[in-house]
Design a protein around this ligand. Structure first.
Ligand code: FAD
Length: 471
């Protein structure tokens, strides 16, 4: 009897505990992807990227004599129907930790178990499961550094090899065509634009890791804050779709530390990688981080919601060049350097005083590495409303940041056509990609700043002081 493997965000053969256990049973395996709301209702760029992950994983399975079955509908109905058709004994999957996935998976497990089928879930999305790293008192960590120390001390399990063979079922279940899911439909700026920058699939992710270990990680500690320096891994999009495992990456860095003790790049890199686990730890223990101020005292803060101001920020037209460059990079490439994520988020929440949720939603629309946990933690960290957050009074000054991290101005010139007579390619592409309704032209004068940096900072700090002084 076959076994159904329900893939969601674990599109890899390597270090996939669920797949390793399933192949060890010797049963024929039916790999399945369900087009439920968790897939079909993603933001434009992540939805497009999800389609690419599925397509690439299908090709990988075909190389092993197997293939993906695709079905749309709510998970439980799809699974019940496929079990009946295929005579499968049950369904296995890799656990996810956002509240919607937990609710869905719990309902599936309860129903299928009651009906006599095997419904089993496995670890694999993070290096440790959110409940495996605990404080001395048995709780969760409200601060990152002790979380990292506890994770490091506990150790990260060694990655598992890819299975040698993935046995196919005798007959293939009927599958929908991925094209009919229209996962790139919302990419009205043209998926081709983002496709130039994406690194899709397991093989590409592994190659990228090797490349980064050979050339990049050496300079990670010093170079990671400079958007034009090739010192970051760029593996977040692959981690988001599970095209590479965090354990594999962790152990690759650890191996460098063994051969070159005190390798500062590798140590620092593991510390950053663990932020992803921490984000999942927080999302699991305090799921309100996704949509409410994590610290309740921030609920009454005077966050503003002016649509026109938000729209100017989204379109990269604030007149603050470093901010606009970041926003345009995200729109054109589907990604944004971490330093710019912090600067654009700080500008929105502090200089413009808009609610961080406005930014969180736009990032969820535009980032190909979008992940609910890291995005929410990042936004609340910058806004000052989250755990272990940067204090509200720490306002990033985009002009000083540019002076420090883009001294040559190349990053800004690369992305802002109005600043040059002969703009670089990405700067021009932004105007090709932007919807006509935005009414933008590279020949328009570059806008004057929406608010002077000093005035924005002063207004934000005054609002903060008033908030603190409230009865
Ligand atoms: P590297 O520097 O090479 O780091 C390696 C890996 O460590 C990353 O791939 C990522 O998985 C993890 N990591 C590093 N920094 C962080 C961090 N601060 N938080 C969580 N994980 C981290 N990351 C996402 O993956 N998805 C998001 O939706 C997302 N939204 C963000 C929103 C805001 C406002 C901010 C400030 C940060 C956000 N981040 C998000 C975190 C970070 O910016 C990206 O993970 C990073 O830029 C990815 O580039 P990289 O793979 O080259 O990172």
């Amino acid at each position: 009897t076959p076994l159904i493997l329900w893939f969601r965000r674990d599109f890899r053969l390597d270090d996939n505990p669920m797949l390793a256990a399933a192949t060890a049973t010797g049963r024929p395996l039916i790999p399945l992807v369900i087009g439920d709301e968790a897939v079909l209702e993603l933001g434009a760029a992540p939805c497009w990227r999800m389609g690419k992950a599925i397509e690439s994983f299908d090709a990988r399975l075909r190389g092993q004599g197997n293939r993906l079955t695709l079905r749309r509908g709510d998970a439980l109905s799809v699974l019940r129907a496929l079990i009946t058709e295929s005579g499968a004994c049950g369904v296995w999957w890799t656990r996810l930790y956002d509240p919607q996935a937990i609710a869905r998976d719990t309902a599936v497990k309860t129903a299928l178990t009651a009906e006599g089928y095997e419904a089993r879930s496995f670890e694999g999305h993070t290096m440790a499961e959110p409940w495996q790293v605990e404080t001395g008192a048995g709780g969760y960590f409200k601060v990152y550094t002790p979380f990292f120390k506890a994770l490091d001390k506990r150790g990260v399990d060694r990655p598992l090899p890819a299975p040698a063979r993935i046995a196919a079922p005798e007959t293939w279940p009927e599958s929908e065509r991925l094209g009919d899911w229209h996962l790139s439909a919302a990419m009205d700026r043209g998926a081709a634009v983002v496709a130039r920058y994406a690194r899709i699939g397991e093989a590409t992710a592994q190659m990228r890791l090797d490349e980064f270990l050979a050339d990049g990680i050496e300079n990670y500690r010093e170079g990671r804050d400079f958007p034009m320096v090739n010192a970051v891994s760029g593996l977040s999009e692959n981690l988001t779709y599970g095209e590479i495992s965090a354990r594999r990456i962790w152990h690759a860095a650890l191996a460098l530390e063994t051969t070159q003790p005190g390798h500062s790049g590798a140590i620092h890199f593991r510390k950053e990688l663990a932020w992803r686990d921490y984000a999942h730890h927080l999302m699991y223990h305090t799921p309100h981080i996704l949509n409410r101020n994590w610290r309740p005292e921030w609920q009454s803060f005077a966050w503003q919601t002016h649509d026109d101001v938000a729209e100017t920020w989204r379109r990269g037209r604030t007149g603050e060049a470093f901010v606009d460059a970041g926003m345009r990079q995200m729109y054109v490439t589907g990604t944004m350097h971490n330093r710019l994520r912090m600067i654009t988020a700080s500008y929105l929440t502090k200089h413009l005083m808009l609610h961080w949720k406005i930014g969180l939603d736009w990032f969820a629309e535009c980032l190909i590495d979008w992940d609910p946990a890291s995005n929410a933690m990042g936004w609340q960290w910058v806004a000052g409303s989250g755990p272990d957050a940067s204090p509200f009074f720490r306002v990033f000054n985009p002009a000083l940041q540019a002076e420090k991290f883009d001294k040559s101005g190349d990053y800004r010139r690369n992305l802002i056509a109005e600043l040059s007579d002969d703009p670089f390619e990405d700067a021009r592409r932004f105007f090709d990609a932007a919807p006509r309704s935005w009414g933008l032209s590279p020949r328009d004068p570059y806008p004057a700043p929406m608010i002077t940096l000093a005035a924005g900072r002063k207004r934000a700090l005054a609002a903060y002081e008033a908030h603190r002084a409230r009865p």
